[in-house]
Design a protein around this ligand. Structure first.
Ligand code: HEC
Length: 252
């Protein structure tokens, strides 16, 4: 009995896939992207061999042509043309399906900051850095109030999209991000931090985070490229003032 060429083709492709997929090649499984590449070359090679003569090419393609042309095969044709896109859609859906599960790795939300921060053509010592505007709270309360208000303007121009108009991290973009933006309300985030730490986090954003805070991709922007030093300090005054939190400071 002669095996139809199209079936031969399918079997050869499956065998090639089985060979690449079989465990134990070089002791490790081949990554999916490499298998895709190998399969591409395998299919091209099999096609080249199977279509090397006019006759074999015809034998291979006749059933395909019949499926498309032959009026008696209308039912099969409809099924094939419906099933193939559905399979494709399922495969693509499974690949791009968003996953909101936390990665297994542990992630430090408040990692140790670097000792110095380079920004605004200066070098800041994070260990001793203080908010230069904080002292005005006692020395000139009217001026301080003004600065907090200006910080609010900075916040509502730049930050509330993610951190929320009530500083509760429920900004309208927030749901799209993993990790989620952090809320400033409550006692878990900025209340635990010194202003120098917050200044560092705002200045260098997600990309400034050290290794232990990866592998999550923080969307927090690098604000030192977008705001001035004063704007950042004012925004910090605002986020503490609005939430009624007090920054941690060195024990006196
Ligand atoms: C595109 C969304 C986005 C915008 C806009 C944004 N942030 Fe963030 N921010 C995040 C995310 C996400 C995190 C949490 C991940 C991380 O720690 O980097 C975060 C973290 C922070 C933290 C760290 C808090 C902590 O407890 O460690 C501070 C402070 C902060 N943002 C301040 C700001 C300020 C101030 C602005 C505006 C100038 C701003 N953010 C704008 C997304 C954003």
């Amino acid at each position: 009995m002669k095996i139809p060429k199209l079936l031969q083709f399918a079997v050869l492709v499956l065998i090639a896939y089985g060979i690449f997929k079989a465990p134990g090649w070089f002791g490790v499984p081949i990554p999916g992207s490499l298998i895709m590449m190998y399969m591409f070359f395998a299919v091209v090679t099999i096609l080249l061999v199977m279509t090397s003569t006019e006759k074999s090419a015809q034998e291979l393609f006749t059933p395909i042509k019949a499926l498309v042309d032959d009026p008696s095969k209308a039912m099969t044709r409809n099924v094939v043309f419906a099933v193939i896109p559905i399979i494709g859609a399922v495969i693509v859906f499974n690949q791009v399906k968003p996953s909101f599960e936390a990665p297994v790795e542990l992630r430090a939300t408040h990692p140790a900051p670097p000792s110095t921060l380079r920004a605004f053509n200066k070098s800041f010592n994070i260990g001793t850095l203080e908010n230069p505007m904080r002292k005005l709270a006692k020395e000139d309360p009217a001026k301080f109030k003004e600065l907090v208000k200006e910080g609010g303007v900075v916040y509502y121009r730049n930050c509330f999209y993610c951190h929320g108009d009530k500083l509760d991290s429920k900004g309208h973009f927030a749901q799209g991000f993993n990790p989620l933006p952090l809320p400033f309300q409550g006692k878990d985030t900025i209340a635990q931090l010194q202003e120098s730490f917050v200044f560092w986090r705002i200045s260098t954003g997600g990309p400034g985070l050290p290794k232990e805070s990866t592998p999550w991709l923080s969307s927090m922007p690098i604000w030192k490229d977008l705001l001035t030093e004063d704007e950042i300090w004012k925004a910090i005054l605002f986020i503490y003032d609005y939430t009624g939190n007090v920054p941690r400071s060195w024990e006196k």
